[in-house]
Ligand binder design. Structure first.
Ligand code: MG
Ligand code: ZN
Length: 193
């Protein structure tokens, strides 16, 4: 799973809440992408989940070569789900295929409703759009219907969930969906072997 968003939309917090909900249900590990620091990898490791930090220096996205290099040091053969948290950026990460089977874009309500229209490539290629921080919707003056309509305009096929990783509201619908998606993917992979 390639997890993408603008900086500050809440990718790591969402990942922490997702891990807490699904821990023990399947085997998962995380590759983190940031320009500097291993702070996000530390947050994931604090939950008892294996995490590997890629620091890109000045590069504003991950590419498949960086992920391949990480996998040399970080074996993932025994996993059901590998999450790659991309560098926070709504522009070029959309154009780099990391070999993922699932593209998830996080958009927080505080970013404003026009984001999908301004960054259509990112939203158009998403399988799932997670609208995060709905606990702040009223304070942000965000009309969730308008944001959802704008996602639909650039990507009629995306599965959309509105949630708050911080309060937990809406999280079970997303984590149930993800658990089913991992199970379906595993059975399809088994059939094709
Ligand atoms: Mg992060
Ligand atoms: Zn870039």
């Amino acid at each position: 799973m390639n997890l993408m968003s603008a900086p500050g939309a809440g990718k790591t917090t969402l990942l922490e809440a997702t891990i807490k909900a699904l821990q023990g249900k399947f085997r998962l590990a995380v590759i983190e992408g940031d320009l500097q620091t291993d702070l996000d990898a530390q947050r994931i490791q604090a939950l008892g989940v294996r995490a590997y930090q890629i620091t890109t220096g000045t590069t504003c996205h991950l590419d498949a070569r960086m992920v391949a290099r990480a996998l040399d040091a970080f074996p993932v053969n025994d996993l059901d789900l590998l999450v790659i948290e991309n560098v926070g950026n709504l522009i070029c990460p959309a154009s780099f295929d990391l070999g993922e089977s699932l593209r998830v874009v996080v958009c927080s309500v505080a970013e404003g409703p026009e984001k999908p229209k301004k960054y259509p490539v990112m939203f158009n290629k998403a399988n799932v759009v997670l609208i995060n921080k709905i606990d702040l919707a009223e304070a942000s003056g965000m009309d969730l219907k308008e944001l959802t309509a704008n996602v639909r305009e650039v990507n009629p096929n995306a599965t959309i969930f509105a949630l708050s990783a911080r309060t937990g509201e809406g999280m079970p619908v997303w984590t149930d969906w993800l658990q089913r998606a991992v199970a379906v993917h595993a059975s399809v992979a088994m059939v094709s072997v």
